[in-house]
Design a protein around this ligand. Sequence first.
Ligand SMILES: Cc1ncc(C[n+]2csc(CCOP(=O)(O)OP(=O)(O)O)c2C)c(N)n1
Ligand SMILES: [Mg+2]
Length: 619
Amino acid sequence: MKTRRLTVAQALLGFLKQQHVERDGVEHRFFSGVLGIFGHGNVAGIGQALQQNLDLPYIPVRNEQGAVHIASGYAKTSNRLRTFACTSSIGPGATNMITGAALATINRLPVLLLPGDIFARRNVAPVLQQLESPATQDIGVNDCFKPVSRYWDRIYRPEQLITALPEAMRVLTSPSDCGAVTLALPQDVQAEAYDYPEELFRKRVWLIRRPAPDAESFAHAVTAIRAAKQPLLVAGGGMLFSEASAALAKFCAATGIPVGETQAGKGSLAYDHPQAVGAVGATGTLAANRLARDADLVIGVGTRYSDFTTASMTAFQNPGVRFVNINTAELDACKVSAIPVVADARVALEALTEALAGYHVTAAYAALISGLKREWETEVERLYRLGLKPRPAQSEVIGAMWEASGPRDVLVSAAGSHPGDLHKLWRTRSPNGYHMEYGYSCMGYEIPGAIGAKLADPSREVYVFVGDGTYLMMPGEIVTAVQEGLKLIIVLVDNHGFASIGGLSQSLGQDGFGTVHRMRAEGGALDGPLLPVDYEANARSLGACAIRANGIAEFRQALEGAKDADRTTVIVIETEREVRVPGYESWWDVAVAEVSEMNSVGESRAKYVEARKAERNYI
Ligand SMILES: Cc1ncc(C[n+]2csc(CCOP(=O)(O)OP(=O)(O)O)c2C)c(N)n1
Ligand SMILES: [Mg+2]
């Protein structure tokens, strides 16, 4: 047997370079590089191997969490057909990646994490940054990756790579089991040499399958749809991963079935498609939520049915409502007691369009859909142009951004009050034009996630919508964008803290406690002057252009300037915190304290108990 004598780290990178994927006859490399930060736990292993494998580019980042977010943003924009590996040292460098791992797994995104680990040899333990246990020597901080990874392994011996790596690839390229894969790499083992079989380094092409539905469940689904009087299709993230937008548009045109979109599925249909009724659920449009309320059949495609989508199980109120779920993952296909169609979205929709020939919703239902859609567009226009002075509302900022952006541009965001507002108000014009991380809704994803989106498709302008609270959590990756020559347009909405949680707190009767960015006052409470943060100076110090816009007119000008600029610009705009985009006949279950010393909490609790009565079991 021909062998190659390599360190574990060199063999690992040699393997990664040879991994390819193929879907719809198109083949390319799966790993575009390695993101990370070096420390003593990876510099001699992975660090050395990267230095002699420059065709697998190394991108240094500022925080290991940022590395994983970049990989996730990249994988999401690439419809899971490409990703990055992420390397870290041991200890804090490794655990910084745990949040990113959870985000990737929840969003079903492939990322490969390579945390350094403590010495397998053990004789020098405890090493710097090692967590010890009185009960076992076979535990460390990297065990924390287990619940947030779809596949987890620790490479104690060099030859274990030979069996671990194909498993890692199986999971990373699986349409149903995709998520974070963690291979913990003890720092001594990384540098150890072994005679690896040459075969490990041959080119491999992993077929990204498009599973077709089985005949029987498909037949049940067709029967259910044919019998439906008021069907609604809910488009989730799986629709975009499958690149099923064209198939969906045809399905809707042929059947007249309207489409509501989840956060991950938004943009599956262009906003001006006649059957697109926009966001559905807790942050849904009036159009989609009315249709959801009365639907007798919900066709969930590529959705996990999160509580935002189901409005905490209150969205679908027709007593006879049934579900058909199309999903590559059995876990999701079987939710809400649906007829499960375990299949790829595009394949299933094409087959359904054919099998449903002759079926169309009634003229009355079609008229209801177009009427609701028209009304919704009027509402969006109203919110885009509230004309508030001196500070605009957030909805006006969204309107100005939308008007400045082009049909192929991408909007990236994750946490705050704007995900809900954008879900309702952003008019997505092309698939992947709306990139909201709302599975984990992780503050700090925005900037690194946008770097990933830009790396995946540099031909699209990338806008980032970030709150002031979130900006403070991880602005450092702006430096990474500068380093890589990537241009982002970052809109930082300054509303002095957590408007979202502040609003939620008010609705719970808690008066916004702890959610405004204020100094501690003499009396000991956090009700002093507003925190004196200079966001522009901060952004500038990290290498970005930065500008503060006072009011919407200046904001529009700043956006034009940012479009013309050749590097990342941060535009800071102060908004009117308390002018919010309303909810549209929807609900989200956040439990209110059952006892408290405040009357307002008691009042909220009473309303909460009433509202919960609308929650349904779909059994
Ligand atoms: C890492 C993380 N910590 C906490 C939260 C809870 N959370 C959700 S939104 C939010 C406030 C975000 O503030 P900001 O970015 O200013 O947006 P705004 O609410 O003002 O729109 C918080 C703390 C979260 N989603 N992610
Ligand atoms: Mg804020």
